[in-house]
Design a protein around this ligand. Structure first.
Ligand SMILES: Cc1cc2nc3c(=O)[nH]c(=O)nc-3n(C[C@H](O)[C@H](O)[C@H](O)COP(=O)(O)OP(=O)(O)OC[C@H]3O[C@@H](n4cnc5c(N)ncnc54)[C@H](O)[C@@H]3O)c2cc1C
Length: 453
């Protein structure tokens, strides 16, 4: 059985190690951070995430979906908070079927669950505090710098190497494995694009009795045209809020500096949230401002020696709640390809890349488009009318009409197919509506002429 060296035990790294371990592969998984079970907080990233059908399917294949979902909070729709103080929020369900919902889960708990799932296989070894600095692509060798407790043990040699039959980079958006491919492969294509917005996490703590201080089973959105805040529920009664706001501009992270400026901004824009955020100023000052990047690269493999999975291959902005779900789907597809071509790993990597690349591209576009929908359109009556029409059509034409959000979130239809099908559906539906409108107008004119004549 070939030996795999995996770099990065984030969400997809742990899961992929479990998939490979299940097939009997020898796996060494290296993570630059300390063990998350020792209280290592995954800093600078979202505390909770929305898990949906694709991610759940990947967890089900390993028999760990129930374990994960036990700690999840269902979110059945968007709760839209108007800008005007005193106006009640409006609930917009995600689907015509009230049982369809997305799930708010804690990143740290999910990370621990997938790592433990991998460690159930004796052929999987996880090494924390090992940071990959470089990969030698042709020999599938990773160079690692050791830190923390592990560094004390190997003080004589804080640099180690790990050689496998293949190295898989599951090391996130700023992947060291991908950087090695960029450096060593002249034909490697790479593109990164940053949004003009950054994000900052803030907190709504639980009420005095430990209960949720807003509707628990919803994803809360404060759409404010060019920016927005969202909040996802946590099992401890709190909400994690994320403000997505311009880095620069007349009113932005850059210009809102003093405590008064921060408080004024929140009071004006999020009047119903401010009384629920007693630590607003501390959170605003202490929590980092993250950036939002889309990364596209190709190819995602080198011979039978190296492959990229998850954000390392295709980081997307978080507005469809699909980055992790897509990374989990990568693991399922890679596992299937490796099983299909057990004696030809290069073919397996190539097949995995060809199945995933156009879908990752489609998701990247959908995610950017959904930012505009969330921050701007969700506030409008037209948006709510469109959602109602979507749900009516879905109920009236089961199996024929599926709203784009439903296809992306509640099915495993490939992202590119979903995007294309949504475009066709829109053309037919809106074309028909325009047709019916024009016909009605012509009939009216005919009727008037008849009466007049
Ligand atoms: C604000 C925000 C909200 C999000 N919300 C959602 C959501 O609701 N739903 C969703 O599906 N997705 C969401 N995402 C996307 C999701 O977080 C990512 O797609 C997902 O974490 C990707 O998993 P990964 O394993 O590929 O990368 P990561 O989870 O980033 O893991 C990479 C791992 O590699 C390690 N590593 C990095 N470099 C090295 C190195 N040199 N050596 C060794 N180890 C290394 C890191 O420490 C980390 O543990 C969100 C992202 C953001 C930023």
């Amino acid at each position: 059985m070939p030996k795999f060296v995996l770099i990065g035990s984030g969400l997809a790294g742990g899961l992929l190690a479990a998939y490979l371990g299940r097939r009997g592969h020898d796996v060494d998984l290296y993570e630059r951070r300390a063990d998350p079970r020792e209280g290592n907080i995954v800093g600078g990233r979202s505390i909770n995430l929305a898990l949906s059908t694709r991610g759940i399917h990947a967890l089900e294949q390993l028999g760990i979906a129930d374990e994960v979902l036990r700690h999840a909070i269902p979110m059945r729709g968007r709760m839209i908070h108007p800008a005007t103080a005193g106006r009640a929020p409006i609930f917009v369900p995600y689907d015509v079927d009230p049982n369809k919902h997305i799930n708010s889960i804690g990143r740290a708990a999910l990370n621990t669950t997938v790592i433990e799932a991998a460690q159930r296989y004796p052929n999987v070894r996880v090494h924390f505090n090992h940071k990959c600095t470089d990969i030698d692509l042709d020999s599938a060798t990773a160079h690692l710098a050791v830190s923390g407790v592990e560094a004390a043990v190997s003080a004589a040699n804080p640099q180690v190497t790990a050689k496998g039959d293949a190295v898989i980079g599951v090391d996130g958006a700023f992947s060291a494995v991908r950087q090695s491919m960029q450096k060593q492969l002249a034909e490697f294509e790479y593109d990164e694009s940053y949004l003009a917005h950054g994000y900052k996490e803030l907190t709504i703590p639980p009420g005095p009795d430990g209960s949720w201080r807003m509707e628990k089973e919803a994803l809360h959105i404060w759409p404010r045209k060019s920016f927005m805040m969202i909040a996802l529920p946590n099992p401890d009664g709190s909400f994690t809020c994320t403000l997505f706001w311009e880095f620069e501009g007349p009113r932005s992270f850059a210009t809102t500096k003093t405590d008064d400026e921060v408080c004024d901004f929140f009071r004006e824009e999020f009047p119903d949230a401010v009384p629920l955020m007693p630590t607003l100023l501390e959170d605003f000052r202490q929590n980092p401002t993250g950036s939002l990047v889309t990364i596209r690269c190709a190819p995602w493999f080198y011979k039978d020696k190296v492959a990229l999975v998850g954000d390392a291959a295709h980081a997307v902005v978080p507005f469809y709640g699909q980055g992790m779900n897509a990374a989990f789907e990568d693991c399922v597809v890679l596992d299937e390809c490796l099983a299909e071509f057990p004696d030809n790993r290069e073919r397996a990597f190539a097949e995995y890349f060809s199945q995933r690349k156009e879908n990752a591209n489609a998701l990247a576009d959908l995610a950017v488009q959904n930012f505009i929908e969330m921050r701007d359109k969700t506030a409008s009556r037209t948006f709510r009318a469109k959602k109602k029409l979507d749900h009516l059509l879905e109920a009236a034409l089961p199996g024929f009409y599926l709203p784009l959000y439903t296809m992306v979130t509640f099915t495993r239809i490939p992202y590119a197919t979903a995007a294309q099908r949504a475009r066709y559906q829109d053309r037919i539906v809106y074309g028909s509506l325009i047709g019916v409108g024009v016909l009605g107008f012509l009939l009216l004119i005919g009727l008037f002429r008849l009466i007049a004549g």
